[in-house]
Design a protein around this ligand. Sequence first.
Ligand SMILES: Cc1ncc(COP(=O)(O)O)c(C=O)c1O
Length: 392
Amino acid sequence: MPFWSGETYRAIARCLASGQMIRGVDVEGLRSALIEHFGVEDILLCGSASLALELALRTCHLQTGDEVIVPSFCCSAIVAPILAVGATPVLADVSTELNLTVETVDAACTSHTRAIIVPHLFGNPADIDAIAELGNAKNIVVIDDAAQALGATTADGQSLGTSGDMGVVSFGAEKVCFGLGGGALISHSRGVLDGARETALGYPSIIHALRQLTAMFAYRRWRRWTLPVQRLIARGPEKNPHAPPQPYRQDNLTNVQAAVARTLMDSLPENLQARRARVQAYGQLLGDQAGLELIPHRPSSACLTQVVRVLSKRRSEDGAARVIQALGAAGCEVQGSYMPIHLLGSFSACVWDRLPYTERVWADLVEVPCEPTVSLADVERIASIVRSCAGN
Ligand SMILES: Cc1ncc(COP(=O)(O)O)c(C=O)c1O
């Protein structure tokens, strides 16, 4: 669930009352706040981080046959921007922290590799500096994808999103700063994003903005009340993971999205502190439980979620599904982690070679929540259900 304060609701009310839902002063205000937060020269705001990735790739002038490396274990949203610019997504393996490493990236590099997109999954920093060095040595563009890791830093304190040649962050659903959507493309130097600015973006209609706002309240902000109702109404089949992904927003960022995102930047320190406390609590409650492995977060992680690996005793067992079912029965909406992109039916345009670690672990993973709206008492309740399933 999103972590919104009174300021967030006041910002929405102000946009509605002033008629500045689509265009207004908050867009420039957010841009200045982000430039200050990241300590960079230039930022381009747009309707989603997927679009920001597409714009980043457009600055590379890719041609058919050029390759862009991404992890197979990732949100599949990362593939569409690569296809949109006519390049080929090449899927690389991840290692024990579920992120790309220099070794897995190097193994996927060919003479056609032109760019590498490095996500920091679940808010946890990947070895971005080492991968940026590799990219530099091989003349490959590195995009620091901090969509899931706003507020996290490298070990020496550099904000994620500012390493490599360009970076992106997201204010989309289920991110650290879960707002009304939106993304930012980040660059250290002026001029780099000029090519991206040449792509003309439109504005969504006021009807779309109002619909988005209503859907946010109905399905997300008041999830505690709408989830049981939704479960009663929709008893049909689960969402099909092989279905093609929803197309991403191709518009400019609206003023109301920017106004919400500004308030989320203001509450970011409190947000991160709460998330880190929840990760620590899961560590204390589940860290020594036989049959479970917690995927570690580095100290500077944004702690988006805690991933738990459920080790089944027998091959035929699906321990992760058992945990998800038990949590669901107790009213906790949790999900298994990503199905790797190379196993999804809609991504036949991707290429890959061997992905041994991804294939070994993905089916065992469950994500438990760390957002501040989940109380420490909820964390204890979730941990005790997970523990009882693992003990069986
Ligand atoms: C690693 C990563 N990059 C990019 C995106 C795209 O973000 P957005 O939803 O703002 O388009 C996502 C979305 O989940 C993501 O997880």
